[in-house]
Design a protein. Structure first.
Length: 378
């Protein structure tokens, strides 16, 4: 469903637009950046003195998780260990520091507008080149006052892109993390992104398990790559089942770009993520995005005329059925469809994501995916 922005959101968006507009004038840019940073630091101090955010019903404390495919957030520097030649100043895409800076500001704008005055407690991302790019995102944009910390490990992916997680230390305490490599059955050469597992505590003391994914794409053919996404699903299921065997009431959130829809076999069968009317007893995984399928002009990614929901939130049954403690809020999950993230689709009607690149052509937009949000409360 469309997201309605508050007056505060619109103010932040306006300031961000001004920041980008003046980036070519160094003096004006630095003055505006200093002003904006100071303003947000003051806002952060004020907000830290207020009670924790209520959820969207006005009851209990809200806890928001976001996932966003960043569409090739590369820095403009050559890494001899990665295939990043396209994203260099002299590369096919002409990727410069100025374009990188604009990408950073755009990404910060999305995160801030998705969370309002209180950006999400946890943000999972994919299509990120390295930790350096994330540090720039958190230090050179209006996100700096919120003090996000980074969980990231280099993946063996051939393109050099990784998954990562950012969290606000005032709202989440990391206990442990691990990057789990994806190994394909019968193919010891092919590589892909790791699955990132992060375990931590939320403010009420509950333990939360988060898995960030970026499953193999359909490049090379949808049918030909099905086995790779099956391998990813089976690996993830083995990890979540291991946690559930120790604690059937474990609070698990799975998110990421699965490159398959909620109804596809990898997600619904091999991972075993259910949909429909949830059971009230027993452990299982439940896909919160399935109910959004089949609606006109709705999805997280668009290929030609077809929207799909390949970015998803899947949760353990305990998060659905609990009446106290950390649990899924009434709003559940949504696709963040702010108007500035979209543009008219003149070829296939409706709208489409306003992306950074269309093939090799630089458009200067945000991403070819829309972010998704999960609403929890305690």
């Amino acid at each position: 469903m469309p997201v309605r922005l508050t007056s505060v959101d619109n103010l932040l968006l306006t300031i961000s637009l001004i920041l980008i507009k003046f980036e070519s004038t160094k003096k004006a840019f630095m003055r505006l950046k200093d002003f904006l940073t100071g303003t947000l630091i003051l806002a952060g101090i004020i907000l830290s003195l207020r009670p924790a955010a209520q959820d969207e019903t006005g009851q209990g404390n809200g806890f928001k998780i976001m996932f966003y495919n960043l569409e090739n957030m590369y820095d403009p520097f050559d890494d001899s260990l990665k295939d990043d030649n396209e994203f260099l100043p002299q590369g096919m895409r002409g990727w410069t520091w100025k374009k990188f800076e604009k990408k950073l500001q755009h990404t910060a704008k999305v995160i801030i507008s998705a969370g309002g005055w209180r950006p999400p407690e946890i943000i999972g991302v994919c299509e990120l080149e390295n930790r350096f790019a994330l540090i720039q995102l958190l230090k050179r944009t209006p996100l700096e006052p919120f003090g996000y910390r980074i969980v990231h490990e280099d993946s063996p992916d051939a393109r050099g892109i990784d998954v990562a997680l950012m969290y606000r230390p005032d709202r989440f305490s990391e206990l442990y993390h691990r990057a789990i490599p994806l190994i394909f059955e019968g193919d010891s050469v092919a590589t892909s992104r790791d699955i990132l597992y992060v375990k931590g505590l939320v403010p009420n003391g509950d333990t939360l398990h988060v898995f960030v994914n970026h499953w193999p794409s359909k490049y090379g053919g949808a049918a030909a790559t099905i086995p790779k996404r099956k391998d990813a699903a089976l690996l993830l299921k083995s990890l979540t089942d291991s946690i559930a065997r120790q604690n059937p009431q474990a609070l698990i959130v799975i998110t990421g770009d699965f490159n398959d829809q909620p109804s596809d076999e990898s997600v619904s069968v091999h991972l075993g993520a259910r949909h429909g009317q949830p059971d009230t007893t027993g452990y299982y995984l439940y896909n919160l995005m399935y109910s959004l399928m089949g609606k006109w002009d709705v999805g997280s990614h668009k290929f030609r005329e077809e929207w799909s929901i390949i970015d998803q939130f899947i949760v353990s049954s305990a998060l659905l059925n609990r009446e106290t403690g950390l649990r899924v809020s009434e709003k559940r999950a949504e696709i963040f469809r702010a108007p500035f993230l979209l543009e008219d689709d003149r070829n296939f009607n409706g709208t489409k994501p306003f992306r950074t690149f269309n093939g090799p052509a630089y458009l200067g937009g945000f991403s070819d995916h829309l972010p998704i949000l999960l609403y929890l409360r305690y």
